[in-house]
Design a binder for this molecule. Structure first.
Ligand code: FAD
Length: 109
């Protein structure tokens, strides 16, 4: 079985970075591609319990509206998804105001 911690860290890196480079005003094609990526995770993510939790979460917190609005809304939606997992695992919550610095712009010195 995969190393769930390592898989998680790298998947979050990919997802948050991709959200932070999603256009502020995405095209129809970019929106449908992003929705395809997110909707595939509960089916394909190679950690069964993680995938099941994510699928449940996405039923009550669907990504469509955030994807429709563009980058900032998507960054916020994904930050909330990750915080729900953090909470469940007893990890600290991340301040979602810091998402652009963490995943796109880099921290100030
Ligand atoms: P990670 O949680 O991997 O975070 C990596 C970095 O992201 C952090 O160092 C921080 O800089 C940044 N970060 C943290 N929170 C946020 C946030 N809210 N928004 C933006 N950036 C943030 N593991 C399980 O054991 N059970 C599960 O059910 C489970 N479900 C998962 C579901 C998904 C969709 C994914 C991608 C992973 C899941 N994991 C699960 C793995 C888990 O979330 C962690 O990735 C893993 O435990 C390693 O944690 P970490 O402390 O290294 O930091």
């Amino acid at each position: 079985p995969p190393d769930v911690e390592r898989l998680g860290r790298h998947t979050w890196t990919f997802l948050h970075t991709t959200a932070s480079y999603f256009p502020p005003q995405p095209s129809q094609h970019q929106k449908s591609s992003m929705l395809g990526l997110l909707r595939a995770l509960p089916t394909l993510y190679p950690c069964g319990v993680c995938a099941d939790h994510l699928g449940q979460y996405m039923k009550t917190h669907p990504p469509e509206a955030a994807v429709e609005k563009g980058r900032e809304a998507l960054e916020g939606w994904l930050c909330n998804v990750h915080n729900e997992v953090n909470e469940r695992l007893g990890k600290d919550k991340f301040n979602c105001a810091n998402v652009p610095q963490r995943w796109r712009d880099g921290w100030a010195d």
